[in-house]
Design a protein around this ligand. Sequence first.
Ligand SMILES: *Cc1c(COP(=O)(O)O)cnc(C)c1O
Length: 441
Amino acid sequence: MRPCSPACEWPPMPKPEAPDPEWLARGAAHVWLPYSQMKRAAPALAVARTRGSRIYLADGRELIDGIASWWTACHGYNHPHIAQAARAQLELMPHVMFGGLAHEPAYTLAERLSALLPGDLERVFFTESGSVAVEVAIKMALQYWMNRGVAGRRKLLAFRGAYHGDTFATMAVCDPEEGMHALFKGALAEHVIADLPRDTAGEGVLRGLLAAHSHELAAIIVEPLVQGAGGMLFHDAEVLRRLRRLADEFGLLLIFDEIFTGFGRTGAMFACDAAGVVPDIVTLSKALTGGTLPLAATVARRHVFDAFWSDDPAHALMHGPTYMGNALACAAANASLDLFEREPRLEQAARISEMLKEGLEPCRGLPGVKDARVLGAIGVVEFEREPDRRALQQRLIERGVWVRPFGRIVYLTPALTIGERDLTALTGAVRDALSAGGRDP
Ligand SMILES: *Cc1c(COP(=O)(O)O)cnc(C)c1O
């Protein structure tokens, strides 16, 4: 455990910005927003500052944050320990190229991630985003077979409901509809898409599919325990044990995309721990730096790395992002791991889980609600039909919370450090906004 410096306290809050900042209107004509029909998108809210589980808007309003910025800010915003580590690293060396130059933050982080992950998941390849970490995992899996002299294994087995990123290689392993396979047909690699083996019958179906396709498959890729951005769909650990058995039976690599589940979100440090399954490759990102800087990692087991260990230069993994192993981001990630070591994050996740169950369970009775479910520090309310998202979001903001509905769900993935009062306010606001929706004309 690394010592906490005496400066590990919240810094004073800066003064709020102008209520209607000029940069917002001027820049809005030049910014292209994510996942938005720009013609109809609600204007983005101007944020002046953040702290803990609070978002302070430029107009003076304060929102309780229910999703920790796509579940990255697991220790809350502006954690002083991470801020201090990043400041110190910024002074020393923000970045040097990773080709030929080494630095302590990345080498220490690689060692710490290896120690945290189960089995011999021990070789870490750093990138800057989740999608690229998955691309690297796919590249590793395909080349693993080539390097071993096995031809023709160029496809993956992926699952309906999956989300693995927005780049072309990753879209191809997403859910066919959500991943826009039809829209980009011809431009996307074609893989084998299956249903998760949720029971022994499902295992039988998948075994049949694998028997037909295993000669052309390099790996199975799955988000363990939770299919996140595909709709927050949960499955139990037995599904992952089935996948491990089937991968072994057919001699395939097994990739766990833990970009969503990693770092305590499901209640265990990693979903693979909870399942007692050691995949061959794991991808990490999202909460890796505690929501401060972009960083991702693809971690391989020894036998995967060994397939690249050779006197033949053609057997090398030809990948190297410009900002690979960014020292600033790695320093932030090390500080985030310090916090997991010395603060009771998993106990906090368990408490959040109980409170989410209590707080969201009553949503089941509301009109239009199909399901309410909780796993670890993830709470989900699913509707029968896609709601008027803009109106729902507006009602949530009016109730002082930041929650972003998508598709047929609203979900809560708060910081693991959120206070009980804030969490109670969050679930109360969700219940209230949903029942108010029932009264809308
Ligand atoms: C967010 C996410 C990704 C993509 O990460 P980006 O950093 O947005 O590219 C991939 N897989 C899973 C499971 C994710 O949740």
